[in-house]
Design a protein around this ligand. Structure first.
Ligand code: PMV
Length: 321
């Protein structure tokens, strides 16, 4: 019996923003993330006697406009390992209703692991990270649990994630604040490309990331929560400064995003531990301690009516069930 592969999503504390090789998804910089326990994808791959792949997501058959990225990825895998089988992919995203979490990280990590399982490729976790990266950059990190660093590398074989601490005994929790009214989405691929090409600050970003990665790794080793929070928030704001300084300028922030950032500052003034990180969308993820998270959630829900809060903790790497 072929087992189902389960991959959890991850939140980057030091962001990946910009590809030096679009095809291979090689980033300009290293990045560092925390794997989460609440949002995951279960994927099963079955070999079928057909000349086309079929993809079911949440039990619904995807048509050709929606399955293109997955089909292209399966072709990349076939070319890479030199086999010709086609697959039925059954994938379920376990994301709390309207949590709005980007699922490409857990999605492509689970798909890479599912093919590894079905085809008995016997890949090491490093090889699995490389394979997942070819689907979506951030998926390279979802192979491992806890704190994970994706090393940029210079070619397909040298760009993969490594675990920093898979089971950290550290008092961090994440509050995902989902803004229910969504603004128009710029894909991360397009957003990165525009930032790299047109933001005058892009070279500074590359320098900043290399120093912030070193600093945050030291802070993780010392379990210095405040430093981890400060560096993560500063890194996220610096990434979003690249979108604002692109030409033409764009932003992922919605009015509510700014409002939540202000509330986080107010919470800190009251002595409550809370730091923001934001990906390529309007939702805010708040880095909290186990003690602060209830107060943070209460304050946010009190001040804003049209948001949904979801609590997540540190999660594991790839599993087969
Ligand atoms: O892996 P992608 O192409 O979905 O890009 C992820 C980009 C960010 O989420 C904004 C940052 C990151 O490192 O995950």
């Amino acid at each position: 019996m072929t087992r189902t592969a389960r991959a959890y999503t991850n939140i980057a504390l030091i962001k990946y923003w910009g590809k030096k090789d679009k095809q291979l998804k090689l980033p300009y910089t290293n990045s560092l993330s925390l794997t989460l326990d609440r949002f995951y994808t279960d994927t099963k791959a079955t070999i079928i006697d057909a000349d086309k792949d079929i993809v079911y997501l949440n039990k619904q058959l995807l048509d050709e406009t929606k399955n293109k990225r997955i089909i292209n990825y399966l072709q990349t895998i076939r070319d890479f390992y030199g086999f010709s089988d086609h697959f039925q992919i059954d994938s379920i995203n376990h994301v709390p209703t309207s949590a709005g979490f980007a699922s490409s990280a857990s999605g492509f990590a689970a798909l890479a692991a599912a093919i590894n399982e079905t085809k008995q490729l016997g890949l090491t976790r490093q090889e699995l990270s490389i394979l997942a990266r070819n689907g979506s950059g951030s998926a390279s990190r979802s192979i491992y649990g806890g704190f994970v660093e994706w090393q940029a590398g210079f070619d397909n074989a040298s760009s993969f994630a490594v675990p920093i601490d898979e089971n950290p005994q550290i008092d961090l929790s994440l509050l995902s604040v989902v803004i229910n009214k969504h603004s128009k989405k710029v894909s991360s691929t397009v957003g990165m490309e525009n930032s790299v090409k047109t933001s005058p600050f892009y070279p500074n970003w590359v320098t900043l990331v290399s120093s912030e990665i070193k600093e945050i790794k030291q802070a993780i080793a010392k379990k210095d929560l405040q430093k981890i929070g400060e560096i993560s928030e500063h890194n996220a704001m610096s990434m979003h400064a690249l979108t604002l300084s692109a030409n033409p300028s764009f932003t992922y922030f919605a009015p509510q995003t700014i409002k939540i950032m202000q509330l986080i500052q107010e919470l800190r003034q009251k002595g409550i531990f809370a730091y923001a990180t934001i990906d390529a969308g309007p939702n805010v993820k708040i880095i909290c301690t186990k003690e602060s998270i209830t107060k943070v959630q209460e304050y946010i829900e009190q001040q804003l009516s049209d948001v949904t809060c979801v609590v997540a903790n540190i999660g594991p790497g790839i599993q087969y069930i």
